[in-house]
Write a protein of this length. Structure first.
Length: 132
């Protein structure tokens, strides 16, 4: 059984809501904020491709819009186990707690746990503004 059972369940549920008529990919994300609240998101594509939003971004923006700005875990689900894209990694870095875990999962139940440092070395973070 997954150590991340609730996150996985939410990510799979939200993947089912994906609006992906172009890529046909169903992506689900679930995040856990500092206080243990969970938020889910799916990819929302647009016929004007620049209007497309990733599942991770939807979940993070839902949390931020509810006043939850510190993220403990991000769980990402795709059938094939795709990692988060570069833009999502940057958005995660804005709200990540220092030891935030990113769990990349697939339809077989495989889970790979990464740190943000693994995924985005030399991230441009809010701390950069303190160095001026
Ligand atoms: Zn993305």
């Amino acid at each position: 059984m997954s150590d991340y059972k609730k996150l996985r369940e939410l990510a799979l549920k939200t993947a089912g809501f994906a609006h992906s008529p172009y890529s046909k990919a169903k992506v689900g994300a679930a995040i856990e904020t500092e206080d243990g609240t969970l938020f889910g998101g799916c990819n929302v594509e647009n016929s004007s491709f620049g209007g497309t939003t990733c599942a991770e971004q939807v979940a993070i923006f839902k949390a931020v819009s509810e006043g939850k700005k510190r993220i403990k875990r991000v769980y990402v689900y795709t059938e094939a186990g795709w990692p988060p894209c570069g833009i999502c990694r940057q958005i995660m870095s804005e709200f990540a707690l220092p030891q935030m875990e990113v769990i990349i999962s697939d339809s077989q139940g495989n889970e790979s746990v990464k740190s943000l440092q693994d995924l985005l070395p030399l991230a441009f973070t809010p701390d950069e503004y303190n160095k001026r």
